[in-house]
Design a protein around this ligand. Structure first.
Ligand code: ASP
Ligand code: MG
Length: 434
């Protein structure tokens, strides 16, 4: 069995849904389980409707209804989605749920409608497809609305419900239910994660993520026009690369597949014979595979004499971040300084107030975080010399590389982002096979 996930950009036009039918047909012998997202833009639109209605206005459901009805008509389907559209209207009128739960309930309609369209089209072409809500096949989460975590008991439940099916299931990504039966969502862009949970549950032979680019690229093509597809990469490399490029593959989707050594293929619905990227336990070649970057990064720097010969200082500092639910990404320390990177201001003032009691806090803003990623980095002599040798004229603000890491991370002024990524791409990737 394989799991095939089609994202919002793969279901948003009649031609793409027709392509899905051809792609699925090629894989019939491997018993495909299909997971789909809402049409591109629909989840954001639903989120906006929920947000405005929560402020007391009653927004129109017209645009959402129209987009789906148009697609249904252009596919020549005889399908009613009026129960879902009426539910949306009722929801927006009554607003009788707590805020985040309400948003999840409204957003869930995107996937609940898209599965019906995809299943109806495949059926119209003679395939035995049926639409299912993930929660009716056993996916249960906690009640952390808008970023719910799946409960382990989902895995055997999904396995047994899928094995009793005698059809091609078309399943909602992104949404689930908690134990009380309330609709939850796993978090934005997390249909990939749903697909990975299904793949893990049924121990699929492969997880295919169908999107609108040819796999994972060596760099952002807007920065490096010559960026290429990475044909093979390890789970570790994919996690490091996906962290800043969540659009192609959500980083959370890798773990469940990795737990059972399920290969993940990232493929392009618009170029369906392109082999894309394959992520598996080991990539056939060590060395730098990709360069990622993220701008608008802030360094929180805490300088204190008390770190010398003391203990607990790091723990105290990070406890303050943890207390406010804020994650710190790259970290570097010296004898008297701890630096950590964060990506926004949320809760930062409260945290700074707290850690200021243990040292002098300085913030550095307007920075860009660059990652040079590839297995074997930790065992390659001179690689750091090559990385920083390309930047003789650029100030590097902070550097971090863990002991067994596939990632050298450092920060430079955001103005240098494109230049640095291009130089590193030239140095490590342009003239090498990947
Ligand atoms: N439809 C959801 C979103 O837009 C989930 C996904 O597309 O992965 O966030
Ligand atoms: Mg996606």
């Amino acid at each position: 069995m394989i799991v095939m996930k089609f994202g919002g950009s793969s279901v948003d036009s009649p031609n793409k849904i027709k392509t899905i039918e051809e792609i699925v047909r090629r894989e019939l012998a491997r018993k495909p389980i299909i997971v789909v997202s809402a049409l591109r833009g629909v989840t954001s639109e639903l989120h906006e409707l929920a947000r405005t209605s929560y402020q007391g206005t009653y927004p129109s459901t017209g645009y959402v209804a129209l987009r789906h009805y148009e697609l249904i008509r252009n596919l020549g389907l005889d399908l009613s989605i009026s129960p879902e559209i009426s539910e949306l209207g009722d929801c927006l009128k009554t607003r009788n749920l707590p805020h985040l739960q309400y948003i999840d309930q409204v957003m869930s309609l995107g996937e609940r409608i898209s599965i019906k369209i995809v299943a109806a089209y495949l059926r119209s072409k003679g395939l035995n497809a049926q639409a299912f809500n993930s929660y009716d096949l056993g996916l249960v989460t906690n009640s952390n609305f808008s970023s719910a975590e799946f409960l382990p008991e989902s895995l055997p439940a999904i396995n047994s419900s899928i094995s009793s099916l005698d059809c091609i299931p078309i399943i909602t990504g992104f949404i689930a239910k908690d134990k009380k039966g309330n609709i939850t969502t796993l978090g934005r862009n997390k249909s990939d994660y749903s697909a990975a949970i299904f793949a893990r549950a049924i121990e699929a032979e492969e997880l295919q993520i169908w999107t609108d680019v040819n796999g994972i690229l060596t760099a952002n093509p807007e920065i490096v026009p010559s960026a290429r597809t990475i044909a093979n990469l390890s789970y570790a490399e994919a996690k490091e690369l996906a962290f800043f490029g969540a659009k192609v593959l959500h980083p959370n989707a890798i773990e469940p597949a990795e737990e059972r050594n399920i290969p993940i293929r990232v493929l392009n619905t618009l170029d369906r014979n392109n082999p894309g990227s394959t992520i598996s336990i080991k990539s056939p070649r060590n060395g730098v595979k990709g360069i990622t970057s993220k701008s608008n990064v802030i360094i929180v720097n805490n300088r204190s004499g008390s770190m010398i010969d003391s203990h607990g200082h790091l723990a105290d500092t990070f406890n303050s971040f943890s207390k406010y639910g804020k994650s710190v990404d790259a970290v570097a320390t010296s004898n008297i300084t701890i630096s950590g990177t964060v990506y926004d201001w949320q809760k930062l003032e409260e945290i700074i107030k707290e850690i200021s009691q243990r040292g002098k806090v300085t913030l550095y803003q307007g920075l860009c975080q660059i990652c040079v990623v590839g297995d074997g980095i930790d065992e390659t002599p001179g690689i750091q010399g090559r990385v920083f040798g390309t930047l003789p004229d650029i100030i590097v603000k902070m550097i971090s590389q863990a002991a067994d890491s596939s990632n050298i991370t450092f920060l430079v002024d955001a103005d240098h982002e494109h230049e640095v990524v291009r130089r590193l791409h030239r140095e490590f990737i342009e003239n090498y096979p990947i």
